[in-house]
Design a binder for this molecule. Sequence first.
Ligand code: PLP
Ligand code: COI
Length: 343
Amino acid sequence: MQRAALDWKNLGFTYRKTDYNIRYTWKDGDWDNGVITDDEYIPMHMAATCLHYGQEAFEGLKVYEQKNGDVVVFRDVENARRMIRSCEKIYMPIVPEAMFQDAINRVVDANRRYVPPFGTGATLYVRPLLIGTGARIGVRPADEYMFIVMVTPVGPYFKAGFKPVSLVIEEEFDRAAPNGVGDVKVGGNYAAGLRASFKAKANGFTEALYLDAREKKYLDESGPANFFGITQDGQYVTPASHSVLPSITNMSLLQIADDMGLRPQQRPIEVNEIFNFVDAGCCGTAAVITPVKSITWRDKEAVYCSDDMPGEYCARLYNRLVNIQLGIEEDIHGWIRRLPLTD
Ligand code: PLP
Ligand code: COI
């Protein structure tokens, strides 16, 4: 295998063309066996429901080359399950777990030369996407769907990498309604989040941190990642909310924090608790753990660390998580699946 000639250590979180993607079609009540293609475009009817009525769900996960050369994926069965929950909420046919995993095996195998080498800090980002392709003009679910898995090699989501970022509490705009679809990964949530994200950036912050939409009293999450804080007595706390996406990274950190004796707790977190934290972070597949330097709320700022020095808890959690993903520390919870590749 001749690896692609890329500057692996300096990749950003941007789309880069790879060789292939895989596509499955759902028609007459069933999925086909999927085909590998090198086409980056999708021929589609102009009345497809994904275009008009937001019948679209996606996932995001990463493939790693480990220290011993194994190519692995992190907890992909959890992404498959989350996509099933997304499908159910917006009336799309589900992608069975086995098909989801088979698609990852096949598309990574076909793009093996884009799996970043161990030790570069880059990973192969895997983006499964399910769209309603059948034509409708009335608001109804489509009768045809396409499931695509594309891959692209990436570096850190936030430009700085494992460098602290600044958040601002968003009070004007909501990302998701309390009983809406904020807890599943559907495209509309991200379109809804663009305003707050642009506003945050225009005001000099890295990202927005949302409050619960009903009371505007509790922390929710950031646009592309969950949030956690560390209390003064060293407890890992993260918001419990119906409108937050259940992050697989956060789920893993809750376990890791428990392993480390940080007595993790998922509970409603009042916004003014930000002033009691000793450390804080954003977490997600793309964000990994991004240390939070500061959170600004109205005219007050809570500061957790300096620009170039992540907090101690973020650093410990990050190291444990990434070491498991890279095969440097033992995978005691069974989170890693080795991919069956042909070479
Ligand atoms: N929250 C939102 C809104 C996201 O888009 C993501 C990314 O998937 C996350 C949180 C983190 O979830 P995960 O750790 O499963 O990637
Ligand atoms: C991820 O972390 O995989 C995401 O999907 C977040 C984002 C890039 C929207």
